[in-house]
Design a binder for this molecule. Sequence first.
Ligand code: NAD
Length: 315
Amino acid sequence: MARILVTGGAGFVGSNLVLRLLATGHQVTVLDDLSTGFKHNVPEQARLVQADVNFAWDEPVDQIFHLACAASPEKYQKDPLQTLRTNYVGTTNMLELAKRHGASLLFSSTSEVYGDPNVSPQPETYWGNVNSFGPRSCYDEGKRVAEALCYSYAQQGVRVRIARIFNTYGPRMAPDDGRVVSNFLVQALRGLPITIYGDGSQTRSLCYVDDLVAGLLALMAAPGSNLEHPVNLGNPCEMTVKQIGELAIRLCGSPSTISYHPLPQDDPLQRCPDISRAKTWLGWQPSVTPEVGLSQTRDYFKQTLESKEAAGHKQ
Ligand SMILES: NC(=O)c1ccc[n+]([C@@H]2O[C@H](COP(=O)([O-])OP(=O)(O)OC[C@H]3O[C@@H](n4cnc5c(N)ncnc54)[C@H](O)[C@@H]3O)[C@@H](O)[C@H]2O)c1
């Protein structure tokens, strides 16, 4: 049984990971300031410490999954300085903790380090096309500096893993999170227009959360010093945003129509992971199709919206 710290464990990916870690008998502590996560996401068997990773934290630990950081553009742009701080100060704090206790640290980086890419699919060796001076830069550049911190601490002997996560979706996402899957499914379930930014021809590659969690666990467990290099985790099944919208409408049996809006600044036009490294190094690849994963996520949102409505009626 390992002592595992999950920062951001009250959020979407973190809480799915915590459930899996508990199921395999580990002792789990969640460090989360609940800025975008929820207390109810943290299972009773895990200990929740409500705190900001930017403040020092110390306790003996074997593994750290460092996931704390708002991931939805709407949320991380609300307080860009806090987003930058969380990636620089928070990641430094967690790497120092790993160094003190000889723990392994897995950092949740992102496909956003590739910016608006000139190559597709994106391999880890692609250095990216990122605007350092724009509304998304607090997140993109924050994650890039955090990767640089991981590299520097790895040089000092800390066992580091970097997962570059591509768009992930699934149960436990917040319905008002502002990401493409939650927006489309919630709009389709409510019969509201599906809001597409741009003409919908930009692409996204959607990974179901169970597949991602399996990848994170495989990456943390894998031996070998080459694994200090970043590893893409995502589903290479690329779809246009319009196709995702149409699929959401079909799966919800919804009367929703599509409504087009201007594309936000620096929105990437193409997203598709090259997962050769994950396949070779970890023996990992996703197995859940968008059709199956989106149906399960639809059921989750349906239930969440119904219980919210029922709670509203009682008041
Ligand atoms: N979900 C995706 O598609 C995706 C894609 C790429 C990368 N990621 C990365 O994975 C991680 C988890 O993403 P998610 O989708 O679960 O997002 P989320 O917003 O649901 O979860 C983030 C969690 O971190 C917590 N948090 C934020 N700042 C904090 C701070 N300073 N101190 C303590 N806790 C803090 C939030 O309260 C929340 O519980 C993030 O680091 C994100 O950048 C996610």
